[in-house]
Write a new protein. Structure first.
Length: 293
């Protein structure tokens, strides 16, 4: 009786141990499976973060190519994203790090939105000031161009305050005129009848520009790429401007109409297209073209 009881107890104990081993196996398998699933989810989340950072870098690259004024700010913001991307790639995915990176991406996106909004505002504000330097370089000879040092200086002065306070010119009109005996000016598009070139424009209203005397200059380049008119020079710190004519006006931050005359030799007044550049001091504020037949 005792032996039978012992065998039965051993069988029961063996069954219990078997059930425990099976339960432990199931628990271990489930734990392993859940751990793998969680690891896969975290790795996928990490890949999504890397993709978002790559997209942010691409957007900054495009913005840097289009916004010269904001280059320094945009480049620094891009560097911060590159540092974060390297950190993400080197780190093992876990919930704490994923949460941390998500917060950092949120801050970077807010910074991106603010920088892009400011860049767009500057682009809109300074459309009239955009100058095609390549086109100007092919049209002007060495004596009619601002020196290279002035071009470099102008690029360094492309700050937010300077841009906002710069004068702009609108409604630019240029063409030949014939001078009558009584001094009356008669517009003409005939090279043979032209005595002088007249340039008229409006200095736009700008409440943050500095009021006072403004020395304005104009360059008129004929179809042979020769500067016509006075061909005088003006010095601006480390640069020199060669111009056709100049005038001084008093600007009071309100719209101001200005007309200038360029006296030219008859030999310089040939048929073809003429290029006109208008400057406020050393800064080009407008350009246009006209044709004499």
């Amino acid at each position: 009786m005792t032996v039978q009881n012992s065998n039965r107890a051993l069988q029961v104990l063996t069954g219990i141990l078997a059930l425990l081993l099976i339960g432990l196996g199931i628990y271990t398998y489930n734990f392993y499976t859940e751990n793998k699933e969680e690891e896969a989810i975290l790795n996928k989340e990490k890949q999504l973060i890397e993709t978002e950072l790559d997209e942010l870098i691409t957007k900054y690259d495009n913005a840097i190519a289009l916004n010269e004024v904001m280059d320094d700010h945009l480049l620094k913001a891009k560097e911060r994203i590159l540092v974060l991307l390297d950190s993400v790639k080197d780190a093992e995915a876990n919930i704490a790090l994923i949460s941390k990176y998500r917060r950092q991406i949120g801050r970077l996106k807010k910074e991106r939105d603010q920088l892009f909004k400011l860049a767009d505002s500057l682009t809109t504000e300074n459309q009239r000031l955009a100058v095609d330097l390549d086109s100007t370089a092919t049209a002007l000879t060495q004596n009619t161009l601002l020196s290279d040092s002035l071009q470099m200086h102008n690029s360094e002065l492309a700050g937010l305050v300077e841009k906002g306070a710069a004068l702009t010119a609108a409604a630019v009109k240029a063409g030949g005129v014939k001078v009558k005996g009584n001094g009356k000016l008669i517009p003409t598009d005939k090279a043979s009848r032209t005595d002088k070139v007249q340039i008229c424009f409006t200095l736009a209203k700008n409440t943050i520009a500095e009021a006072g005397d403004k020395q304005l200059y104009v360059q008129v380049i004929n179809p042979d790429s020769d500067l016509i008119g006075k061909k005088a020079t003006a010095n601006f710190e480390d640069a020199v401007l060669t111009y056709s004519s100049s005038t001084k006006v008093y600007y009071e931050n309100e719209a101001l109409d200005v007309c200038m005359l360029v006296e030219a030799n008859k030999a310089d007044l040939v048929k073809g297209n003429y290029i006109v550049h208008i400057f406020d001091g050393a800064n080009m504020i407008a350009n246009t073209e006209f044709e004499l037949n």
